[in-house]
Unconditional design. Structure first.
Length: 282
């Protein structure tokens, strides 16, 4: 029967990249570092972006787009935005975009309908606006004493106890698109995730600004894919390729850094006389 016993291993001398002198680490860790260094050398290093910092092109390529909580704002275009500006919601990207004269004035993350509550695609107009609004469909139910009896309740299915109340979920900066409950409003957003009961949740800062720009009749297009009027589809292709290269290089560098830290910790333990390695022995 095999038992664990602690034995002293032969120390192997190795020059570890980033260390100033010859150091001794275990052969297994040395091999891992060699492999990690080779992987980093093989990973193509991303070149500097060929776009001006602050430009929309730079934003798309440098923020993990589209699954980022960052918001792009073109201040000059936003000054000219009004109720005739168009809003596009891309379900695939979970992004909203505001267009002014065919150019993107703002680009922000949204969270649309989750499974079973999918946000319907289509062409809409803003038909109602309320700075302070609460849902008539979803919210919390309390009994007569005020005790919470159900969270995230559906008023069309869940029964309010006698004397109790239904509290609709707050929906600030409400911009209604249909009379059966579809709209844009302030809500919890998680980049790239569909979380709502069908509405288009928007970060509060952007929802507040959009509420001040939009008006009755503002056009809103909800589509599965990127809108045909998107001014630079080639940038999306470049961004995907660039971010793939960046991730590969970053992951390789992070792995090497982690192994080098392990080597430093091992060396410190050896110097302190506390390093021991357990192996199986008969």
């Amino acid at each position: 029967m095999k038992s664990l016993s602690v034995i002293t291993l032969t120390l192997v001398t190795l020059i570890v990249s980033g260390f100033s002198s010859c150091t001794q680490i275990s052969p297994q860790l040395r091999a891992q570092i060699n492999t990690a260094e080779a992987a980093l050398e093989a990973a193509p290093a991303p070149e500097a972006l060929p776009y001006v910092s602050g430009s929309y092109e730079h934003f798309i390529c440098s923020n993990g787009y589209p699954t980022t909580m960052e918001i792009y704002r073109n201040e000059e275009l936003l000054k000219r935005a009004n109720r005739n500006s168009r809003v596009h919601i891309c379900l695939a990207q979970q992004r909203g975009r505001l267009y002014v004269n065919g150019q993107v004035a703002a680009d922000w993350p949204v969270s649309t309908g989750a499974n079973g509550h999918e946000t319907p695609t289509g062409s809409y107009e803003v038909i109602e606006m309320r700075r302070d609004h609460a849902s008539s469909l979803y919210g919390n139910i309390r009994d007569a004493s005020g005790r919470m009896v159900k969270r995230n309740a559906d008023s069309t299915r869940d029964v309010v106890p006698e004397g109790g109340t239904f509290e609709g979920s707050p929906m600030p900066n409400w911009m209604r698109l249909t009379w059966d409950g579809l709209g844009i409003h302030t809500g919890k957003v998680s980049a790239g995730q569909r979380l709502s009961h069908g509405c288009i949740r928007t970060p509060n800062s952007m929802a507040t600004e959009l509420f001040g720009i939009a008006g009755m009749g503002t056009k809103v297009e909800v589509a599965d894919e990127v809108e045909s009027c998107f001014p630079m589809p080639h940038i999306l292709v470049f961004s995907a390729e660039y971010q793939s290269i960046l991730k590969t290089h970053t992951d390789a560098q992070d792995n090497l850094n982690k192994l080098r830290q392990q080597a430093q910790d091992e060396l410190a333990a050896r110097r302190n006389g506390t390093f021991q390695e357990e192996i199986s022995a008969s």
